[in-house]
Design a binder for this molecule. Structure first.
Ligand SMILES: [Ca+2]
Ligand SMILES: [Ca+2]
Ligand SMILES: [Ca+2]
Length: 277
C-alpha cells in the first residue's frame, strides 16, 4: 500500500467512524471545524456532532488547518494563510455563527512570545447571512474582494507554521475558534463548515517543502448540530387502531394480561394524553 493510498484510507476510516457522508478530498490544505464544548441544553456526541440542542444553546468549536503531504515527512507540511467563509447551511437547525482567530501572545514590552494567526491581512470576518436562510454566517459571497472574508494569516508570514498531519480531521495547527448559538432548533441538522474562496491567493501553505498558492476549498467534514426532533403526531386512523387494540387487552376483574409488567407510577398525566389547561 503506497503512502498516499494509506492516508486516504485513514481519512476514509476517520470519516466513516462519524457515520456521516462527506465530500471527497480535493486539496491538500483542509480547514477543519471541531466542536470543543457546549453550554445549555444538548449533548456533544463528538467533535463533529452535537444533538438535542435548544434555543440559546452555544456550541464552541476550534478551527484547525491541516496540510496533507505526499512524502513520509510531516515536518515539511506547513500553513501560512487562508481566506474563506463559515456557513451553517441553508437547511436544518439555525443559529448565529461568530468566528475569531488564535491571537499572538506578546510580553509587556510588546515583543512576541507566541506567534498567532492574526497577521496583517487577518480578519475575524463579517457576520451576515450568506445562504438564503435567516441566520448569520461569517464571510462573503464576493470571491473577487478579500473584504469581509474570515482570514487567518500566520503572524510571521511568509514564514510558515507546522500543520502536517496524516489525517485531515485530527492534528494540524489550531488557527481560530468560534461559536454557533442556536436560534431555531429543528430536527434536521445544521452542517457548519468552512467554505472556500475562489481567489488565487486564498490558500497559502507548504506541502512537502514546496510553497503553494491556490483558491481555498470547502472543509472535508462538517460539524453537525441537531435540534430536538418534533414529537411525532399519529394519524387519526392509526390512533383509533391503537385504542381498539388496548380495549381488547383490557384485563378482567382487575387482573393484568399475562406477561404485562407492573405499570410505572405516573403523575396523573398519561403518556400521549394532551394536558388540558
Ligand atoms: Ca443556517
Ligand atoms: Ca445563513
Ligand atoms: Ca510532507
Amino acid at each position: 500500500m503506497n503512502l498516499k493510498f494509506a492516508r486516504r484510507a485513514a481519512l476514509a476510516s476517520a470519516i466513516m467512524s462519524h457515520g456521516l457522508a462527506m465530500p471527497f478530498a480535493r486539496g491538500s490544505l483542509n480547514i477543519d471545524v471541531r466542536a470543543t464544548s457546549i453550554t445549555g441544553p444538548g449533548t456533544l456526541v463528538s467533535s463533529k456532532q452535537a444533538i438535542n440542542v435548544q434555543v440559546g444553546t452555544v456550541v464552541r468549536f476550534d478551527v484547525f488547518a491541516t496540510v496533507i503531504g505526499t512524502n513520509a515527512s510531516l515536518a515539511d507540511d506547513k500553513f501560512i494563510a487562508v481566506s474563506g467563509s463559515f456557513r451553517s447551511g441553508a437547511i436544518g437547525t439555525q443559529g448565529t455563527l461568530q468566528l475569531d482567530l488564535v491571537r499572538s501572545v506578546t510580553d509587556s514590552n510588546g515583543d512576541m512570545i507566541t506567534p498567532g494567526f492574526d497577521g496583517p491581512n487577518s480578519s475575524a470576518g463579517l457576520q451576515q447571512n450568506l445562504d438564503g436562510d435567516s441566520d448569520l454566517d461569517v464571510g462573503s459571497n464576493t470571491d473577487s474582494d478579500p473584504a469581509n472574508f474570515w482570514c487567518a494569516q500566520y503572524a510571521l508570514a511568509p514564514e510558515a507554521a507546522s500543520a502536517g498531519t496524516a489525517n485531515p480531521v485530527t492534528g494540524g495547527c489550531r488557527i481560530g475558534f468560534g461559536t454557533f448559538t442556536v436560534t431555531a432548533p429543528f430536527g434536521t441538522a445544521a452542517r457548519i463548515n468552512f467554505e472556500g474562496r475562489n481567489a488565487p491567493l486564498a490558500a497559502q501553505y507548504v506541502q512537502d517543502g514546496v510553497a503553494i498558492q491556490e483558491p481555498s476549498i470547502q472543509g472535508l467534514l462538517w460539524l453537525e448540530v441537531r435540534g430536538v426532533p418534533e414529537p411525532s403526531i399519529l394519524p387519526p386512523a392509526l390512533g383509533a387502531a391503537i385504542t381498539l387494540r388496548r380495549s381488547r387487552h383490557r384485563p378482567l376483574r382487575g387482573g393484568r394480561p399475562a406477561g404485562e409488567s407492573n405499570p410505572a407510577p405516573h403523575s396523573g398525566h398519561r403518556p400521549g394524553e394532551a394536558r388540558r389547561s
